[in-house]
Design a protein around this ligand. Structure first.
Ligand SMILES: [Fe+2]
Ligand SMILES: [Fe+2]
Length: 198
């Protein structure tokens, strides 16, 4: 992967994947009084998605993918689908934030359904990431030339630090240690196999 922006997004995907598998693991205990999953942690996770990937990662991808649509690529629908998924995922994040917030406030919620919704959402996030990695980024690499990348780099705002993985925001400290513990226990097999080519 030659372009700096693509490399940057690829690294963000690696971290996002670490995050999503840990999120899925946390969710397993949710709704089970025996396991007492940490609702604050789940809220922090949704807050992070809303704060970083949706505010910085998606917009960078959006400008690249739109540029790609101006080229004679074989299957433009794949790009329009992924762009639409950004909006859809952001919408579901908001809904889940509201639902988990209601749980945190002891408002009666259909817990089983909420757990199913959250799992479907994580599957969508992971599938989205896979399509970008395996289909869209290679297309961008093939169809965008050096001038396009220079133009795109000028269009994109200064790349922001990741408040979780660059450890720049105190309120995500416990979330970061949760991910580190998850990995220290060897539960991150899927993340490792996903990026085994690196
Ligand atoms: Fe994306
Ligand atoms: Fe992405």
């Amino acid at each position: 992967m030659a372009a700096k922006l693509l490399e940057h997004l690829h690294n963000e995907h690696k971290n996002l994947s670490r995050f999503l598998y840990c999120f899925r693991y946390q969710l397993q205990g949710f709704g089970d009084p025996e396991q007492d999953a940490n609702i604050n942690l789940i809220m922090d996770m949704l807050d992070y998605i809303n704060t970083f990937p949706e505010r910085y990662h998606h917009p960078v991808e959006d400008v690249i993918f739109k540029k790609l649509l101006s080229k004679s690529i074989p299957d433009p629908d794949i790009i329009t689908d992924v762009l639409a998924q950004h909006a859809k995922l952001e919408e579901i994040t908001q809904k889940l934030k509201n639902d988990f917030n209601a749980v945190a406030m002891d408002i009666a919620m259909p817990m089983d359904q909420l757990k199913v919704d959250a799992h479907l959402y994580l599957d969508m996030q992971l599938e989205h990431l896979d399509i970008e990695e395996s289909d869209i980024f290679p297309l961008a690499d093939e169809y965008l030339d050096e001038d396009d990348w220079t133009e795109l780099e000028n269009m994109v705002e200064t790349i922001s630090e990741d408040p979780l993985f660059d450890n720049t925001r105190k309120e995500y400290d416990s979330l970061l240690s949760e991910i580190t513990n998850f990995e220290a226990q060897g539960l991150d097999e899927e993340t490792r196999s996903k990026f085994s080519d690196d």
